[in-house]
Design a protein around this ligand. Structure first.
Ligand code: C2E
Ligand code: MG
Ligand code: MG
Length: 692
């Protein structure tokens, strides 16, 4: 699993936060310091000026009297008191005659580097640099004031500004230091309460991640409720993450397993078999034990599904899978390739022994519980096998060879085991080629139909005919293998419609001369009859050719899948309502069983040729024919005897009251032109008994 490295950088985060706090406080310290310093500087300048003025106020009275009394000593003393005060650049006392009594002069202060700036900034706000005070005295006896002299004072503003600048810097630095200390305090508190625990958490997570435990819980004792909650949340998420990871791993494992297995039987699937074959065949040497691939297929499995339903079909598949696994537990695992197709591989040189074991396993009898009842189903299997490296050296070609072996087994009949043979391969190729041919013919409408008459046994009149599919006009029989392939591939549905169209088209112009009770029999595949729109399409076709429905008879052989089919029931009811009749073809053979008569309404029972061919000599055939004729009478059905070839057969069937006969005795199947000629030679009297 990919290791998850937490990308948390709490150290730099804390450092950055601390730095930010310090910088912020520093900047705010600078700003506040500047502002406060500016204020204190203004105040300082005005304070200095006020004090300087106040001092002048103090000496004002003594100076006035000293000037009035020309008290030079006092004047000098007053002036001396300013000697140490650098706030004044010059102090001068003059008499009323403008004679100087004396003055104090200080060297102007050196302006500090900020002074010119402050001077500019304070230009309007700065006080006047000079003060001049005139002294008057009023003698006792006069009210008139006498001018006695004046005081000149020049303030040293630069000196004041220098002092104020010093105050500004003091305030500024003090504020800055305070702000800095505050910032450091905040950062320290932050680091202690948040930064350090966060670093601990991160370190912990990183350590867990390095140890490959991305979801390990934190076990830290940190102060602070919020951090504790944070760890709680983290641990909660970690727990969920652990669970999620576990579920994910489990789900991945299950998915992986499911992708390799068949969901119904839990056997491995085709992809797994191909992989196994590819891996095994790659290392297969001529000297090593051969690899035998066996493919089983359940005979007529679709009939189990059709008859008992999907659930029973599934249960049967599971049963077959279990049996095969049980019987061949020494082989490689069992694979389910398709619906009813299983495969297994064997590594043995003793082919006779293997063949014997395989032959024993071609029959599975099982009791399966349907919804209401228990049914014992007997299933037979056909199996094909191919060996590597004798028959094939690659997985695909080995599979193909085993399939050919299986096709060979199917061809030989049910419950057979056959190995691949080149001849079977050729046959398979011919089959595929023939199917292609059938498709082409269907696309081009390039096929023929032959019609064989059905004759009334009582008076020999022509009562109808059966349309039979031919690849070429004049061919003696239907391409039965091709029809079976068409049935297996579903091609029978479009082909069946084309046959119907052709037959209706052929007979529509003949019908007026043939009479209202002439029935054109068409063989229909059950796959056509379960098409939901079958009856609708047929009705449209009948309307198109103006062909009365009562002149049409549909012959069905294989009716298992029709019994419980809703679409068929609808089609059947609708067509019978229209007047179309139904025949149960090949009655008595494997497919057409008595059971169908219970579920499907038929108008005709066609007794198969195999019960007629040995008549009149074979007593058993006669018994079966008599029984079927009685059954048909009881059910109210008419009967058609197939394959009548001799007058004796005809006479016997007439004696036992069979209704119609069909066979070479009357005519072989022929093209529509020949059939039209044939009709003119027959005298037709409609004598069909009324329908039940
Ligand atoms: P089926 O429907 O039972 O047709 C009767 C078969 O018996 C025909 O063989 C016919 O030629 C043959 N037959 C009739 N009278 C005699 C006789 O006296 N002696 C002998 N030996 N044979 C006789 P065909 O034409 O080869 O057809 C074989 C089967 O192919 C048909 O049996 C039917 O199941 C199927 N088939 C033929 N045409 C169609 C078709 O258009 N659609 C479908 N779905 N199946 C068809
Ligand atoms: Mg038929
Ligand atoms: Mg038949």
């Amino acid at each position: 699993m990919k290791r998850i490295e937490p990308r948390l950088k709490t150290r730099s985060l804390t450092a950055r936060f601390t730095f930010l706090v310090v910088m912020l406080t520093l900047v705010s310290g600078l700003m506040f310091g500047g502002l406060l310093g500016y204020g204190s500087m203004r105040d300082e300048v005005h304070e200095q000026y006020r004090i300087a003025n106040q001092r002048l106020d103090f000496i004002q009275e003594p100076a006035r009297f000293a000037l009035y009394h020309l008290d030079n000593e006092t004047v000098q003393a007053l002036l001396q008191s300013f000697q140490q005060d650098p706030a004044y650049r010059r102090i001068k006392l003059t008499s009323d005659q403008s004679e100087s009594f004396g003055h104090i002069k200080h060297a102007p202060a050196d302006p500090a580097f900020l002074t010119p700036l402050i001077r500019r900034a304070f230009f309007n706000a700065l006080p006047s640099e000079r003060d001049e005070r005139l002294f008057h005295v009023s003698p006792f006896n006069t009210r008139k004031a006498v001018y006695v002299g004046r005081l000149h004072a020049d303030f040293d503003i630069d000196h004041m500004i220098n002092k104020a600048t010093a105050a500004l810097f003091n305030t500024f630095w003090l504020t800055c230091i305070q702000a800095l200390m505050l910032g450091i305090l905040v950062a320290a508190v932050f680091y202690a309460s948040v930064g350090r625990p966060l670093q601990a958490i991160t370190r912990n997570i990183r350590q867990h991640a390095r140890r490959g435990q991305p979801f390990a819980r934190l076990d830290l004792d940190v102060s602070g409720i919020e951090l504790k909650q944070l760890i709680c949340h983290y641990n909660e998420h970690t727990r969920r993450g652990e669970r999620y990871l576990h579920e994910l791993t489990e789900a991945n494992r299950v998915l992986d397993e499911q992708a390799r297995r068949d969901p119904l039987t839990q056997d491995y699937n085709r992809r797994e078999l191909v992989q196994y074959l590819a891996a095994t065949l790659a290392g297969l040497e001529a000297s090593s034990r051969p690899l035998t691939l066996v493919i089983w297929d359940i005979d007529g499995f679709s009939r189990v599904n059709d008859r008992y339903g999907q659930d029973i079909g599934d249960a049967a598949l599971k049963e077959v899978s279990t049996r095969l696994r049980h019987m061949f537990s020494d082989g490689a695992p069992l694979y389910r390739l398709q619906a009813d197709m299983f495969a297994m591989c064997f590594r043995t040189r003793d082919m006779d022994h293997l063949a014997a074991r395989l032959s024993d396993a071609l029959r599975v009898e099982t009791t399966l519980e349907a919804e209401k009842s228990c049914s014992t189903i007997e299933l037979t299997l056909s199996a094909g096998m191919a060996m590597a490296p004798v028959h094939a050296t690659t997985s695909e070609s080995l599979l193909q060879a085993a399939h050919i072996g299986l096709a060979n087994a199917k061809h030989a009949g049910q419950q057979c085991l056959r190995a691949y043979s080149p001849a079977a391969g050729e046959r398979q190729k011919r089959k595929v080629a023939a199917l292609l041919l059938l498709k082409e013919r269907l696309a081009d409408g390039d096929f023929a139909l032959a019609y064989q008459p059905k004759i009334c046994l009582r008076d020999g009149s022509l009562q109808g005919c059966e349309a039979l599919f031919r690849l070429h006009p004049g061919a003696l029989s239907a391409p039965y293998e091709l029809l079976q392939e068409a049935e297996a591939t579903g091609l029978i549905v479009p082909l069946g419609f084309e046959i119907m169209r052709r037959a209706l088209g052929d007979f529509a112009p003949l019908l007026p001369t043939l009479g209202h009770d002439f029935r054109l029999g068409i063989n229909i595949s059950p796959q056509q009859l379960i098409e939901p729109d079958f009856s609708h399409r047929l009705e449209q076709m009948l309307q198109h050719y103006r062909f009365p429905a009562t002149n049409l008879d549909l012959e069905i052989t294989e009716a298992t899948q029709l019994i419980n089919n809703h679409a068929f029931k609808d089609n059947h009811r609708r067509l019978r309502d229209l007047g179309v009749s139904f025949s149960l073809d090949d009655f008595g053979t494997g497919y057409a069983s008595i059971e169908y008569l219970l579920f499907i309404g038929f108008d005709f029972l066609k007794i198969d040729r195999q019960f007629v061919k040995d008549l009149p000599e074979d007593a058993n055939s006669l018994r079966v024919c008599r029984a079927v004729l009685t059954l048909a009478r009881e059910l109210g059905c008419c009967t058609v005897i197939e394959g009548i070839e001799t007058r004796a057969q005809e006479a016997l069937m007439r004696k036992h009251q069979a209704t119609l006969g069909q066979g070479y005795l009357y005519a072989k199947p022929m093209g529509i032109d020949a059939f039209s000629q044939y009709c003119h030679t027959r005298h037709r009297t409609p004598r069909l008994p009324p329908k039940a």
